[in-house]
Design a protein around this ligand. Structure first.
Ligand SMILES: Cc1cc2nc3c(=O)[nH]c(=O)nc-3n(C[C@H](O)[C@H](O)[C@H](O)COP(=O)(O)OP(=O)(O)OC[C@H]3O[C@@H](n4cnc5c(N)ncnc54)[C@H](O)[C@@H]3O)c2cc1C
Length: 627
């Protein structure tokens, strides 16, 4: 058993910043990560970090752009915190040694990005995330923070009172990938989840294989609601054969999109008469797919992104990485030819419900980064707004978990709290939340009521345990579950289930969504859940058993795919990244509200909570969103 004040699960941008913050507060902190920190997916971030650093720009303009980009589903106080604190956090990174690109006068370079009214995206070539990770990892090493890398967290250790808000998280259980041992981690102050996005729910994604949404799935099953899961961002410029991202920075520097008729369609077909290629991502993705669906794509599959006119010197200086990515992954040298691009899954706007201090509904459990929903992106994230979110809300979660008094930023949570509010008492569409079939319910946790069940008697009402006992009990439950998986013969392999799930999501829960398609996706997901009840692990060995890890991850993907689809089915409007064929308007009277999903003993329960449009000095009145 390992004991620390604060345990941070995940060592990407959010986890590293949370760990540094907890250490700044004097806590004994440890990072537990399934990957080595600098292999975390933040390292793939290319384009940059938004911060209002220059004369002529302001945090207020950044906040306005972000609220507009969110299609008025972001919470204004959190958005304002993001925009106010981003300049200081970016300068802190610079003081820690981050190698930002520079203008000739020595100032940090900034470039235009989609949906921004000012060129405020600060960058380090087209490898911003790589530099960010290395800079913060150096701080972790310098401060002597303990890192358990290649430890895969399989479960949280949470007490299991009936009311999730009375539960307490005391730590987690992790599988040491190298030795094959399962061990407990006790956190006397708090656990911070920073496990990144769930991109592997889809088969065409810019996300790494490790992005399986483990944190949100574990938190959800332990009783923490998920928020706004239906809002998935599809990035307009991914390479068709692999999903590898071509940064928005290419369009920021002047890259142009063409259809097969040689038209600069963003302008010529009237999709965004002012911003053109630099409209918000949801707008550009829909435009590309409309062109392709109307027969004006190349090979019925993609459009062209051309940056040759920028010249080799500028491209090499600011976008060198793109030359390598397009050449290595698509066989196209972008200095000589336009790059083929199409929309691909990129980012989850939703996640674990948290307040501005990273607190969840379960005490002692915090979350930050892409796995969390604070909510600053609402229904559509602006490019360059995720990296500031990691460092700002990662730091706040770390400080708070380590005991710093923070400004209260309470969340009103739980179905009871929200459904009581008159205007939110909207009945959920019939069929949208159809209960699962019994066989579709996965009892792979040994039949406990929730994954976090830690009552001494497994749920019959005996005394709630203390920290060490709770963690020990969770370790034992996990040991039994994993042993059963390893010893099971026959059964279905996770790869079959995962692939079926990913295809169902890509086919029917994509940029364009229909009622029939979403219902079909829900049936496919539930069939896949049924199949998972019979899952087995092909590789019986203990060490470096990636098949075992993928099997556990696949369960997480199933729960999150269902959450995304349920939210999408219920939301009968078109807002941000969520387009519905039969509901072509944004319905502000009915739908300015966050979608919440509670685990409710394994039966997903949908409810809503208000969006906060009132900022410090102004209210962000919803306006038509055009670019
Ligand atoms: C290709 C690409 C380019 C992007 N470019 C930009 C950009 O230019 N600007 C911008 O603002 N945003 C960008 N984004 C978005 C942004 O990079 C991500 O949202 C962000 O990096 C996520 O950081 P994170 O710390 O939340 O998660 P990650 O960096 O994904 O880290 C997750 C961590 O959790 C660990 N982990 C996960 N599950 C477990 C488990 N079960 N047990 C133990 N450890 C676990 C992993 O090992 C990893 O250390 C980009 C995203 C992609 C995919």
């Amino acid at each position: 058993m390992h004991e620390h004040d604060v345990i941070v699960v995940g060592a990407g941008g959010a986890g590293l910043r949370a760990a540094i913050a907890a250490e700044e507060e004097g806590a004994d902190v440890a990072l537990v990560s399934k990957l080595h920190p600098v292999r975390s997916h933040t390292g793939a971030a290319e384009g940059g970090i938004n911060a209002a650093l220059r004369e002529g720009d302001s945090w207020e303009d950044h906040a306005y752009d972000t609220m507009k980009g969110s299609d008025y589903l972001g919470d204004a106080p959190a958005v304002e915190t993001l925009c106010q604190q981003s300049p200081d956090e970016v300068i802190k990174l610079e003081h820690w040694g981050m190698a930002f690109s520079r203008d000739d006068d020595g100032r940090m370079s900034q470039r235009p990005f989609g949906g921004l009214s000012f060129p405020r995206t600060t960058y380090a070539g087209a490898e911003t995330g790589h530099h960010l990770l290395h800079t913060m990892y150096q701080q972790v090493v310098k401060r002597g923070i303990t890192v358990y890398d290649e430890w895969y967290v399989t479960q949280l250790a949470v007490t299991d009172e009936d009311d999730p808000e009375s539960r307490r998280c005391y730590g987690c259980v992790a599988y040491d990938i190298q030795s094959g041992d399962l061990d407990g981690f006790v956190a006397s102050e708090g656990v911070v989840l920073a496990t990144g996005g769930p991109g592997q729910v889809y088969d065409h994604t810019t996300n790494a294989v490790a992005n399986t949404g483990d944190g949100p799935a574990m938190a959800y099953r332990a009783g923490v609601p998920l928020e706004d899961m239906e809002f998935i961002q599809f990035h307009p410029t991914t390479l068709p054969s692999t999903g590898v991202l071509i940064t928005e920075g290419v369009r920021g520097e002047g890259g142009i999109l063409y259809n097969s008729e040689g038209e600069r369609f963003m302008f010529e077909r009237g999709y965004a008469n002012n911003a053109g290629e630099l409209a918000s991502r949801d707008v550009v993705s829909r435009a590309e797919l409309t062109e392709i669906n109307n027969g004006r794509g190349m090979e019925d599959d993609y459009v062209h992104l051309d940056m040759r006119h920028l010249g080799e010197e500028r491209i090499s200086d600011r976008l060198e990485n793109i030359i390598h990515l397009a050449t290595d992954f698509e066989g196209v040298n972008p200095l000589e030819k336009p790059m083929p691009v199409k929309p691909g899954q990129h980012y989850a706007m939703g996640g674990i419900e948290v307040d501005e201090n990273g607190e969840t509904a379960v005490s002692g459990l915090y979350a930050a980064g892409e796995c969390a929903c604070v909510s600053v992106h609402g229904s559509n994230r602006l490019g360059g707004n995720a990296l500031p979110e990691l460092i700002i809300f990662g730091a706040r979660a770390g400080w708070h978990a380590a005991g710093r008094e923070m400004q209260p930023a309470g969340i009103e949570t739980g179905p009871a709290a929200s459904m009581g509010s008159e205007d939110l008492d909207t009945p959920v569409e019939p069929g949208a939340i159809a209960p699962r079939t019994e066989s579709g319910d996965i009892a792979a946790d040994g039949g406990t009521r929730a994954d976090g069940d830690a009552r001494a008697d497994g749920g019959t009402g005996a005394q709630v345990m203390g920290a060490a006992e709770t963690v020990e009990h969770a370790v034992e439950t996990e040991r039994e579950r994993i042993t059963a998986m390893l010893e099971k013969e026959g059964g279905v392999k996770q790869a079959t289930i995962r692939s079926r799930l990913q295809k169902a999501m890509t086919r029917n829960v994509n940029v364009f969504r229909t009622e029939d398609g979403l219902n079909q996706a829900l049936r496919d997901i539930r069939e896949a859940r049924e199949a998972y009840a019979d899952v087995s692990v092909a590789d019986p060995s203990r060490t470096f058993n990636t098949d075992l890890i993928h099997t556990i991850e696949t369960r997480n993907l199933l729960d999150l795919a269902e959450a995304i689809t349920l939210g999408a089915l219920a939301r009968t409007e078109f807002r941000g990244a969520h387009w519905r064929e039969a509901h072509q308007e944004r319905k502000d009277d009915e739908w300015i509200k966050h979608t919440m999903l509670a685990w409710n003993d394994g039966e997903p329960e949908l409810y809503y909570k208000p969006v906060v449009l009132e900022g410090e000095n102004k209210t962000y009145e919803p306006k038509e969103r055009s670019y």
